[in-house]
Design a protein around this ligand. Sequence first.
Ligand SMILES: O=P([O-])([O-])O[C@@H]1[C@H](O)[C@H](O)[C@@H](O)[C@H](O)[C@H]1O
Ligand SMILES: [Mg+2]
Ligand SMILES: [Mg+2]
Length: 280
Amino acid sequence: MANLQSIMDHAVAVARKAGEVVREALSDDRKVMMKSSAVDLVTQTDQKVEQLIIQSVKEKFPSHRFIGEESVAAGEACVLTDDPTWIIDPIDGTTNFVHAFPFVAISIGFAMNKQVEVGVVYSCLEDKMFTARRGKGAFCNGEPLAVSDQTDIQQSIISTEFGANRDPEAVDKIFCSLRNILSLPVHGVRGAGTAAINMCLVASGCVEGYYEIGVHVWDIAAGSLVVSEAGGVLMDVDGGELDLMSRRIIAANNRSIAERLVKEITPFRPPRDDSPPQKL
Ligand SMILES: O=P([O-])([O-])O[C@@H]1[C@H](O)[C@H](O)[C@@H](O)[C@H](O)[C@H]1O
Ligand SMILES: [Mg+2]
Ligand SMILES: [Mg+2]
C-alpha cells in the first residue's frame, strides 16, 4: 500500500524543483516546436521537466506507472490502470510559457484504482503551491481553500479556454457555448491559459465555474482533486459523471452552477485520451 503522505511530499518537492527549471528557462531563448498542429506547442523545457519528474519519481517509487504529456506525445500509451500512476503535465500553459504570459503550472496527479488520491498544481510564476489529498482538503501554500458559495450564474465569473482545436465545426461549437454563457449574462468570462490554474481559481473561490472540451487527462487530474477537496463539483459537459479520459470537463463551485453550464454548452466529442492511435 503506497504511503500517500510520502507521495504528496515527493510530488511537492519535485514540482518545486521543476518550477525552478521553468523560471530559469523563461530568461533563455525558447525554441518552440509543434505537436498536433501549428498551435499545439512544445518546448525543450516541457520535455526536460517531464524527464526530471519521472526520473525522480522512479528512484523513489520504482514500481509506479506514468502518464506524462510529453511521453505520450513521443508514442507511449495513455492508459489508466488500477496500478499506482503518476499523471504529469510538466508545463501546463506552454503557450503562456512561450510568450512569458505569467500563468504557468506544473501539474502532478497520483491515482490508484483509477481514482486521483493526490493532486499538486504548482503555479510557478506566482509561487503558489496548490495541494490536495482525497478526504483531507485542498490548500494553497498551506492555507485551506474553499469554493465560492455563489449559486446564481448571473453573479458569477466563468472561465474556459479555446484549446488547440481549429477545426471549424469545433470552433463554431466553442463559440456557441461562449455566446450563450456570456449572454446569460455572467459577470465575466476569463481564461488563464492553463487548465490546471483555471481549476485552482475555482478551488480558491474567485471563479465559479470552469469548463473545457479538448483538455487531456494530464491537464485535469491534479486540478480535479484540488477542486473537489475545496468543496466543488466535477462533471462531464453533458451533466454525466466526469471521465478523466474523455477530454471534457466542468469544474464548478456547486451543482447549481455546474448544471446551469451544462444547459448552455454545445457539446462535442474529441477523440478520447485512451483511444488507440490513428493509423496513417
Ligand atoms: O498543452 P498544455 O499547455 O500543457 O495544456 C493546455 C492548457 O491547459 C490550455 O489552457 C488548454 O486550453 C489546453 O486544453 C491544454 O491542453
Ligand atoms: Mg496542459
Ligand atoms: Mg503541458
